[in-house]
Design a protein around this ligand. Structure first.
Ligand code: ADP
Ligand code: MG
Length: 334
């Protein structure tokens, strides 16, 4: 389906926060790529490094205390980490844009939606004010906001949560980006509105052939919209494959734990607490596998050996000693 070459490639990305209490390895060796028209899910519990992966791509890691210490982020073949601040400002919002985790803090409460949309458009396109105004109208219409002409004059607080999220999506789409990053775009919304927003993403993608990175803690969202998925734990990818494959043949004990926490028959929302224990402190990760303290299948070797991401099947990668041949030999015959 997606035969083109990747538009975005993230390679061996490491983003750290240097704090008084120690170094937080928020992103600790992340690799993935994405093609035009494709949706990649990044899934994991809170604190697993999803947002910091996104912020690294956007060039928005607060520094200090944050720093990208290793890796490459190639957009259309060019390494974004070598770009100047000015170059990144031009790319951000135009080529790569993001719907942030908290729509209320990313919209400015004192300006109308029209002003905020026009500002984004004029920052990147050489439009007249009037052209920008009609583009703003077109965008509100595109994201399914009823009576867009009137709604343009409203302030953020005059919109419901779902409508505000549509406004955020309109702003992100303002300049037809080739990559759209959506960070938990439906987390704050109720189930019906969530379904509508996910539909909207699919529709926009079909129309604009964007690559979408969908960040979520909810495998239900992944099942709904993603072609491929990367499961993250403690700053690292632990499983990476096609979505269908993950649901049929997911292997990592953490992935399986996440799956068990998906509600099945009734649509009642259960959270990921179904996995015992809490995510580790990223300043002092356990030796060996970070997931070992919570893992049902933990073996002696897991407490000493940090597994590598291994291809267990075509395009299916797992970071677990159970699936790492050389190490499982060590496990059975130490
Ligand atoms: P997620 O989006 O998966 O919930 P994040 O990517 O936001 O997680 O965070 C990953 C880790 O980075 C967390 O442990 C968080 O505490 C840490 N982190 C994020 N921002 C900062 C910061 N400004 N200073 C120190 N640590 C930070
Ligand atoms: Mg986050």
């Amino acid at each position: 389906m997606h035969t083109e070459s990747p538009i975005l490639q993230v390679e061996n990305l490491h983003t750290h926060f240097i704090t008084k209490a120690g170094i937080v390895k928020a992103v600790d060796g992340v690799d993935f790529d994405i093609k035009p028209g494709e949706t990649l899910g990044i899934v994991g519990e809170s604190g697993s490094g999803k947002s910091m992966t996104a912020m690294s791509i956007m060039g928005l890691i607060p520094s200090p205390p944050g720093k990208i210490v290793e890796g490459e982020i190639r957009f259309k073949g060019e390494n974004l980490l070598t770009k100047t601040k000015k170059q990144m400002r031009n790319i951000r919002g135009k080529e790569i844009s993001m719907v942030f985790q908290d729509p209320m803090t990313s919209l400015n409460p004192v300006f109308t939606i029209e002003k905020q949309l026009i500002e984004t458009i004029l920052a990147h396109e050489s439009f007249s004010k009037n052209q920008a105004r009609s583009r703003a109208l077109e965008l509100l219409h595109l994201v399914g906001i009823p009576d867009p002409k009137k709604r343009l004059k409203n302030y953020p607080h005059e919109f419901s949560g779902g409508m505000r999220q549509r406004v955020m999506i309109a702003i992100a789409l303002a300049c037809n980006p080739s990559v759209l990053i959506a960070d938990e775009p439906t987390t704050a919304l109720d189930v019906t509105i969530q379904a509508q927003i996910l539909e909207l993403f699919k529709k926009m993608q079909n129309e604009l052939n964007m690559a979408i990175i969908m960040i979520t803690h909810d495998l239900g969202v992944v099942a709904e919209v993603c072609d491929r998925v990367m499961v993250m734990y403690a700053g690292k990818p632990v499983e990476y494959t096609e979505t269908n494959h993950l649901f049929d043949q997911g292997k990592h004990p953490y992935t399986l734990g996440l799956m068990n926490s998906i509600p099945t028959i009734n649509k009642q929302k259960k959270k990921l607490e179904a996995i015992d224990g809490v995510p580790p402190d990223l300043r002092s990760l356990p030796k060996g596998c970070s997931f070992a303290p919570r893992c049902k299948h933990v073996m002696e070797a897991c407490l000493h050996i940090d597994p590598t991401l291994t291809e267990v099947n075509d395009h299916h990668f797992v970071r677990c000693l159970l699936y790492e041949e050389t190490n499982s030999e060590k496990v059975v015959s130490p």
